[in-house]
Design a protein around this ligand. Structure first.
Ligand code: AMP
Length: 291
């Protein structure tokens, strides 16, 4: 596996690959890799001739400097993991190389970035769109792989690609969970042992919503889960929303949309965690565990 830090060299390598007619699969990450990331890479490996992963902790998408400073950086371990899944090229740029001048680009994603993560992390999705668009421009992948764990991010990237007519296929990948149900996340490392022990509560709540989704009205589902979180002192719920999977508009009745997802963001101690679960697909309730 090649490890390249400069944009120029990466561009040279990928343009040679493209000329030879080979396909490029791309997995953008912020490092501190875990099974969630590795599943994206394995899928990219199956679908493409060349697999590129980027590791870049993007300062523009953090609206909290403590979160940025504390973000785990484990490059040596990440490199070994990338080799183990057959990644061909690791692109690991510096912030000055990525952003040589002040970027002022402001995207208009309409409603998509006004709710949930967009509401609680102002500027976050603009930062994500700026970096992903820059990375796509450098790597020029045929396909790019994103996790459904960050469901709203996936919707934003799909919109970005459509708005800017970027010639890349976005491939959504299912959430990978720990055996106890906690969605894998680089942030889980920052939980204390006690917090880690109780963290699966989030997934238990999501499963309860899914089990009751065909029975209880949407508003009742919301209040049930909100009150469950209020009963757990260690958790500080930021939002729990039931939305249309396409436009992320809040859903009032289950017949409002064929595809409905429940999304949650909560602090557990000092760590902010997000997760989601699909409730209905094509108007049909999804009762069994997806994962
Ligand atoms: P990050 O390094 O957190 O920016 O994540 C890089 C990519 O990995 C994003 O597309 C995430 O949605 C995806 N990802 C992170 N955690 C998971 C997970 N538990 N399951 C599936 N994909 C994930």
């Amino acid at each position: 596996m090649q490890i390249i830090e400069t944009i120029k060299k990466t561009q040279d390598v990928v343009s040679g690959i493209r000329k030879s007619g080979s396909t490029i699969g791309f997995v953008p990450t912020m490092g501190a890799l875990h099974e969630g990331h590795l599943e994206l890479l394995r899928k990219a490996r199956l679908d493409n001739d060349l697999v590129v992963c980027s590791i870049f902790v993007n300062p523009k998408q953090f609206n909290n400097t403590e979160d940025l400073d504390k973000y785990p950086r484990t490059l040596e371990r990440d490199t070994k993991l990338l080799k183990s899944v057959g990644c061909d090229l690791l692109f690991h740029p510096s912030a000055t190389d990525m952003y040589p001048e002040k970027t002022t680009k402001v995207y208009d994603f309409g409603h998509l970035d006004k709710v949930m993560e967009g509401k609680y992390r102002p500027g976050h999705f603009n930062g994500v769109a700026v970096v992903v668009s820059r990375l796509f421009d450098i790597v020029r992948p045929d396909r790019a792989y994103f996790g459904e764990k960050d469901f709203q991010q996936l919707a934003i990237i799909q919109k970005l690609v459509q708005m800017d007519q970027i010639p890349v296929e976005i491939v959504p990948c299912p959430i990978v969970r720990e055996p106890d149900g906690l969605a894998m996340s680089s942030r889980n490392q920052r939980l204390t042992p006690e917090e880690r022990r109780i963290a699966p509560f989030i997934y238990q709540c999501l499963n309860e919503v899914r089990e009751k989704a065909g029975i209880l009205p949407v508003e009742k589902l919301k209040t049930t889960i909100e009150s469950k979180f209020r009963g757990q002192a260690a958790f500080n719920l930021e939002y729990f929303e039931i939305v249309d999977m396409q436009n992320l508009m809040p859903v009032k009745n289950r017949t409002d949309s064929p595809d409905i997802i429940a999304c949650v963001a909560t602090y557990l101690g000092k760590v902010r965690l997000i997760d989601n679960i699909i409730l209905f697909r094509n108007f049909a309730p999804l009762k069994n565990r997806q994962e």
